[in-house]
Write a protein that binds this ligand. Structure first.
Ligand code: F6R
Length: 594
């Protein structure tokens, strides 16, 4: 959570810092602030709310060439100007992304300082100031921080009367961008892409000193370290809206491409499939763990892997799994799923699994992220940069990766043959067609957007899809929405159905088609506004007010079409309700706190 940016170089720093923060706003948007050096003095501006508030209230043209900035997702202390970053204590000014777990005890030890905010970050600034007064040299201070700080931090630091930016990280992401015109620190690559695509990835406890013309990176013991300069392969356009009104819509429309990017290698060459998935058939049990949409996609994975892989699969939410005792089989796999690769609870599950000696596999989007680096094996999806806080394209790519695991196992057990590849190969054209005409989803949005409560119904796979569809709808449109296993509704929840309550039923599997339809009839009898999303015509016209028909595909690939329809419904409802679609209230893209 939170985004940090810094620039030092030959050009004015504020336009670069503000545009960097704008690209990181998905990480949090409760308040924003900048600190910059002008006439050898540090100046700070902060504003509550969006970066646009800050931008409206500062002069971007100020002749400052060194500065740091922050966009905040509040953890310690409410969102207000006082708790906003940067924090200045003594000679030290910092921006911080992360959480300091022992800040209260540190605060007591730093009793000579007077604290004005409620934040853990101000305590870090005081600690650095104290150490700096002792050492008089930041190169001696930075390696000492790990002795004092428990928790996670990526820090950008300015020191009075010192024309440099210092940066250090532990368990919160940090990159250093380099260019002819100057050097950058940032929480994520999109913040620097307007100026450079060359960057260093900073690992835990490493730190860096940025000068106007060079960057020096040090290892955890303070020795100069030589690192590979990386090139961000995606285009800058990937991080821009490209004419779409919202990133969410743009990312929905990118799905034909990114799904094919994710799957094409595996489905053109069975040897690559076998090489990448080798050994998965040997596991007796798999625990799939993730948060939010990553958890939901795991539920789809369970249905497919159990069907084609003869392996028992358990799916759990990372924040629950990590605090629960588990019984492991001899050959047990923990499969963590994370778009960002930085989600705190998912990372904790991974680390615990490794401590316990259990094999780990990660499905990740962000290359080089903590989860990707630490898992025993990684299957990368190729969703590209996902900016909208609500995930769409990453979920679909994760779904396809799980589908390919199931497909690999199905081939292994000869339940499938290589002709299954054709089902995957036609997906992009089919999705293109869905995206060409979205009128049915717009009509559904018109039908439901004024309601307060919405229900999704489904069984098995369709229930798992309903859970994701429901999350998508509630997080972007603020409508209250629940997903129910269709057969469970009558055990309580059906009392909530009244005249006009929208019920969206997903029906794609033949073996439970008529069971779910009879549940639809039950809600229709109680006055529900019934919308059915299905892959087969429904003869009884009495059971729906609107039908969304999707192509009937193999169950390994069909779910992705259904979820795209549901993403579009969520998007259009949010649009009709004039919601802040890309940045829904109270959320952040990368959840690096528990
Ligand atoms: C919902 C959403 C979240 C994420 C969750 C996990 O649209 O995006 O529920 O799925 O925060 O994030 P990652 O996948 O980065 O671990």
């Amino acid at each position: 959570m939170c985004g940090i940016v810094g620039y030092i170089g030959k050009e004015k720093c504020l336009p670069k810092i503000i545009s960097g923060l704008e690209s990181l706003e998905y990480r949090g948007y409760d308040s924003a602030g900048v600190a910059y050096i002008i006439d050898e003095k540090i100046k700070i501006n902060k504003e509550q709310g969006r970066i646009s508030n800050l931008k409206d209230n500062i002069n971007l043209d100020i002749g400052s060439y060194i500065g740091i900035g922050h966009t905040r997702w509040a953890t310690h202390g409410k969102p207000c100007e006082l708790n906003s970053h940067p924090h200045k204590v003594g000679k030290i000014t910092i921006v911080h992304n992360g959480i300091i777990e022992n800040y209260e005890s540190l605060k007591k030890d730093l009793c000579e300082y007077e604290f004005i905010s409620e934040t853990d970050s101000e305590v870090v600034a005081a600690l650095i100031d104290k150490l700096y007064n002792e050492e008089q040299d930041m190169l001696k201070v930075l390696p000492r921080l790990k002795e004092f700080l428990l928790g996670s931090y990526a820090l950008g630091i300015l020191v009075d009367n010192d024309d440099k930016i210092y940066a250090i990280r532990k368990d919160s992401p940090l990159i250093i961008g380099v260019s002819e015109l100057g050097n950058f620190i940032a929480s994520d690559v999109p913040a620097i892409l307007q100026y450079t695509n060359l960057y260093y990835l900073i690992l835990n406890n490493e730190f860096a000193v940025l000068n106007r013309d060079d960057v020096v990176i040090y290892d955890k013991d303070g020795k100069v370290s030589t690192k590979n300069l990386l090139t961000f392969e995606g285009s800058r356009e990937a991080a821009m809206k490209n004419g779409y009104e919202h990133f969410m819509l743009k990312e929905i429309y990118e799905q034909p491409k990114v799904i094919m990017d994710t799957i094409s290698e595996y489905i053109t060459n069975v040897d690559i499939l076998k090489e990448k998935m080798k050994g998965l058939e040997n596991y007796e049990e798999i625990d799939i763990v993730g948060c939010g949409s990553a958890y939901h996609v795991g539920l789809v994975g369970k249905a497919l892997i159990e069907k084609y892989g003869h392996i028992r699969v358990n799916v759990d939410i990372a924040s629950e799994y990590r605090y629960t005792d588990h019984i492991y089989k001899k050959k047990h796999l923990i499969l963590v799923i994370s778009q960002s690769g930085e989600t705190a609870d998912t990372l904790a599950v991974l680390r615990k699994a490794k401590e316990d000696g259990i094999d780990t596999l990660a499905i990740v989007n962000v290359v080089g992220s903590s989860i990707a680096r630490e898992a025993d094996r990684v299957l990368y999806i190729k969703a590209g940069v996902e900016i909208a806080v609500a995930t769409t394209k990453a979920y679909s790519c994760q779904l396809m990766m799980l589908s390919m695991i199931a497909m690999y196992l199905g081939l292994h057990y000869e339940m499938l043959d290589e002709s299954i590849f054709d089902e995957y190969k036609k997906l992009d054209k089919l999705i293109d067609k869905i995206l060409e005409d979205t009128s049915d989803t717009k009509i559904v949005a018109e039908m439901i957007y004024k309601n307060k409560d919405v229900f999704y119904l489904g069984r098995k796979l369709d229930y798992a899809l309903g859970m994701e569809a429901s999350l998508k709808l509630k997080e972007v449109s603020y409508l209250h929405s629940e997903a129910y296993a269709a057969g469970e509704l009558k055990h309580g929840t059906i009392s909530l159905i009244e005249e006009g309550t929208p019920v969206l039923s997903i029906i794609t599997e033949d073996d439970i088609r008529f069971k779910t339809l009879s549940n639809v009839k039950e809600v229709c009898a109680r006055g529900a506004l019934s919308i059915i999303i299905t892959n087969e015509e429904v003869q009884d016209k009495e059971v729906y007010d609107k039908l969304i028909l999707v192509p009937k595909l193999h169950d390994l690939v069909g779910s992705v079409i259904v979820i795209i329809k549901c993403q579009l419904i969520a998007y259009y409802v949010a649009k009709l309700n004039k919601c802040d679609i890309d940045k829904p209230r109270n959320l952040a893209k990368s959840v690096t706190v528990e």
